[in-house]
Design a binder for this molecule. Structure first.
Ligand SMILES: *Cc1c(COP(=O)(O)O)cnc(C)c1O
Length: 368
């Protein structure tokens, strides 16, 4: 079959619940593959042109301005596309914001928060403002005492593995807020200007692996007294308009296409409505079927990554086989948690959640 039919074939067959890298809109894949062969009718591939040429420069500019527009950022907030994944931000944030003798407050909500905490300790003192370790990370802390002298408070807005999400951001904590939004960036409307740093690996909600979105309030910079290597200093990236060195051109291009798609869909507000609909359908079904159990506290459930289990491991295996037969991929839980995890990122259509919940009902009827 030719590539067009092949894409349509896949469209009809696969429901992609992968946690990351994860589903992107089909039209993004189509346009990105065209750009690899023949970018903007130049006869050249996107991968063989200079990043400072009039061909690529507008891609970076459009990607940055779409972020500003979709997140409604003010002029203090700069948009960068950087290398190294969200994991690099775990260290780049404290390197740029935390002096050796100062304290940064962190919330300990799961695997990802703990990775951020580990790196911050290399640069200064860390105070755990709140932890949900006692509940095995099935909750989000409600009480959050932060030292008024802390350089910032770090939160992981959505814990991709634990399946929890901050539904109320602690904006009133009294210090600047830094957020790892890797797995729920642009999935819901928030007052993004109230954050001093937002970072997100692109590969969950806004693009391909290989690039990081970093939104930064420039007023927070320039306050540490260590020397920062050129490539890790946010100030240099801001000065060079996110072109300090060769950016990951393809990943930036895919992000730009995904942001265009989001804008066409009606932006963050419109996608939030669909995300709410997907999550409600999924969790209502889950709660109505006693064969499935949800470990996460109801009020802290993630709308992006839903985690669930069954009491019987043999049945779990059988359910996975059912999913596989129906073309549902990415349903198996993370190796550290077990059970199931379904990711319902922006690009996942409501139809996929309808198909999954239908299958869950049939399974419960037969095995329950
Ligand atoms: C996936 C993920 C990361 C890691 O991203 P990389 O790009 O692989 O470094 C960090 N934080 C959260 C919340 C994630 O979901």
């Amino acid at each position: 079959m030719d590539s067009k039919t092949c894409i349509q074939y896949l469209c009809a067959m696969i429901h992609n619940f992968n946690a990351g890298p994860s589903i992107l809109p089909k039209e993004v894949f189509e346009e990105a593959s065209r750009a690899i062969l023949n970018f903007n009718d130049t006869g050249l591939s996107l991968l063989e042109i200079g990043h400072r040429t009039p061909l690529f420069q507008p891609v970076m500019e459009e990607a940055r301005s779409l972020v500003k527009e979709l997140m409604q950022l003010d002029n203090d907030h700069e948009v960068l596309f950087l290398h190294g994944g969200a994991t690099t931000q775990f260290m780049q944030v404290p390197m740029n914001l935390l002096n050796e003798n100062d304290v940064a407050a962190y919330t300990e909500t799961g695997t990802w928060a703990n990775k951020a905490i580990k790196e911050a300790k290399l640069f200064g003192h860390v105070e755990i403002a709140a932890s949900s370790k006692d509940s095995n990370y099935t909750t989000i802390p409600k009480d959050l005492p932060v030292s008024p002298t802390a350089a910032y408070l770090h939160i992981t807005t959505n814990e991709t593995i634990a399946g929890t999400q901050w539904h109320k951001i602690p904006f009133d904590c009294g210090v600047p807020i830094v957020a790892d939004m890797s797995s729920d960036i642009m999935s819901r409307v928030l007052d993004f200007n109230k954050f001093d740093v937002i970072y997100a690996g692109a590969q969950k909600n806004i693009g391909a692996a290989g690039v990081n979105l970093v939104v930064i309030n420039k007023n927070i910079l320039g306050k540490v007294n260590r020397s920062i290597p050129t490539i890790l200093d946010y100030k240099n990236h801001i000065k060079e308009a996110s072109m300090l060195n060769t950016p990951p051109v393809f990943a930036v291009y895919v992000a730009m296409l995904t942001l265009r798609w989001l804008k066409k869909k009606g932006g963050v507000e419109a996608i939030e409505k669909i995300n709410n609909e997907k999550a409600a359908l999924f969790y209502n079904t889950l709660d109505s079927l006693p064969i499935f159990k949800a470990p996460v506290a109801k009020e802290d459930r993630s709308k992006m990554n839903a985690v669930f289990v069954m009491d019987n491991e043999l049945l779990e295996k059988e359910f996975l086989d059912w999913c596989k037969n129906e073309g549902m991929v990415g349903v198996k839980g993370h190796r550290s948690v077990g059970g199931f995890r379904v990711s319902m990122y922006n690009a996942l259509p409501l139809e996929s959640v309808k198909a999954l919940t239908q299958l869950m009902k049939e399974f419960a009827l037969k095995k329950g």
